[in-house]
Design a protein around this ligand. Structure first.
Ligand code: UD1
Length: 391
């Protein structure tokens, strides 16, 4: 973890003081790329309802322009009010920096509720900071479980759900998981998938972009690859076997590989990047949200270890091969296009672009309106919090 973020930046004029216009104040937390995609439609839906004063806090867990600013721009994300600039670090350091910096923000703006999304380190750190100050926490994408405690995200999910007062789920099994952990169902709202709200809103623009043309590959001919999980990329021997799998795959189909900064750093260490490039794999920088959506829509198949990509591929109807032994998103296996490839790198060579056209999957409540359901529940639960507190 070598690259560093810019220094702490507080966006001028902020943080906002506690607003006394009678409306409940919500602090939304985003930190890493997938958070932006999940949260954008929620903030927009809440803005329409005018029931809250909203403050957006970006922890700076992701800070490269490709990982943050370009994604935010594609999503028409509202201006960030507070940027914490915590950047990269070990799990302990990163989580502690977010915890400490976010606590200061909470003490300054005194929101009534904090909304966190997903399962990244910023999610847990901010939920913990809020909970310790007695501030309500709402968790978007609650209840997902891989049952693989070696994944940092699984630790973040379980602990964030334990801290949350309101839990928004995107698939039925999430409620089962929460119930099994003793979480009361009165706090759980099955709303659907806000990541798919963003997808549906941007899909037309992304398809029109035809991003594959820039890489000189034909629509449906290529396999799109993303890999960034520590379990896949941090062990040199395993990464080397994966590289051989991709080299083998590239003898059957063009392979396009937008490389996450974590993965690029590991590939550069032992010449593996050159091995991929020499084999003709298109090793490119991470793409903006729209470009990546475009590349997914035009792909013949996708190989990934990302959670969000399993969902997006299913919504688009593109065959997805998840290079992991498990998934916390089993609905993409039962109702979507996702197949677990397991963790043997040799399996990667066997993937082929689909010969059939994509059939977008109709997963219940992944209908482009999940954020509206989140906003309605937020209004029902929290809109009067401040009025009651001041009565
Ligand atoms: C994080 C999330 C993961 C999510 C992923 C999405 C955790 C534990 N992991 O993983 O769940 O799927 O984001 O991308 O929160 N780096 C840069 N520039 C950046 C960001 C990161 O160069 O803008 C490099 C740094 O070397 C850093 C490494 O990537 O050390 C890993 O970043 P980090 O945020 O710690 O984890 P991700 O692998 O991105």
């Amino acid at each position: 973890m070598t690259s560093q973020p810019p220094n702490l930046v507080l966006v001028p004029g902020t943080p906002q003081p506690r607003i006394n216009d009678g409306r409940t104040t919500i602090a939304h937390v985003v930190g890493a790329r997938p958070n932006f995609v999940k949260m954008a439609p929620v903030i927009a839906a809440l803005e329409q309802r005018q029931a809250f004063h909203q403050v957006v806090v970006h922890t700076g867990q992701h800070y490269d322009s490709r990982m943050s600013d370009e994604v935010l721009a594609d999503l028409d994300f509202p201006d960030v009010d507070v940027f914490l600039g915590v950047g990269s670090g070990t799990h302990g350091v990163q989580t502690a920096k977010v915890l400490s910096a976010f606590e200061n923000v909470l003490l300054e703006i005194r929101p009534d509720v904090v909304v966190v999304a997903g399962d990244v380190n910023s999610t847990l750190a901010c939920a913990l900071a809020a909970s310790k100050l007695g501030i309500a926490v709402a968790h978007l994408e609650a209840g997902l479980r891989s049952f693989d405690w070696s994944m940092p995200e699984e630790v973040n999910r379980v602990l964030t759900d334990r801290l949350a007062d309101t839990l928004f789920t995107h698939s039925p099994e999430a409620a089962d998981n929460l119930q099994a952990e003793g979480i009361g169902m009165g706090a759980v709202y099955y709303v659907g998938n806000t990541m798919i709200d963003s997808l549906r809103r941007c899909e037309k623009r992304a398809r029109a972009m035809k991003a594959w043309q820039k890489i000189a590959v034909r629509e449906r001919s290529y396999v799109l690859v993303t890999l960034h999980r520590p379990a896949n990329v941090d062990d040199p021997a395993r990464l080397s076997a994966i590289v051989e799998g991709l080299v083998g795959l590239s003898t059957h189909a063009p392979v396009v590989f937008p490389i996450h900064p974590r993965t690029r750093a590991r590939l550069a260490e032992d010449g593996a990047l050159s091995r991929l490039e020499d084999a003709g794999v298109s090793c490119i920088e991470p793409l903006s949200y729209l470009e990546f959506l475009s590349m997914q829509a035009g792909a013949g198949a996708i190989v990934t270890d990302s959670g969000g990509v399993q969902e997006e591929a299913s919504a688009l109807g593109v065959s997805c091969y998840t290079f992991r032994p498990n998934t916390e998103r089993p609905i993409t296996l039962t109702h979507g296009t996702n197949v677990l490839l397991g963790d043997d790198p040799a399996e990667i060579c066997e993937v082929r672009p689909a010969t059939h056209p994509p059939t977008p999957c109709a997963i219940p409540l992944w209908d482009g309106h999940a954020a509206e359901r989140v906003a309605d529940a937020m209004v029902a639960n929290y809109a009067l919090v401040r009025a009651v507190a001041h009565a």
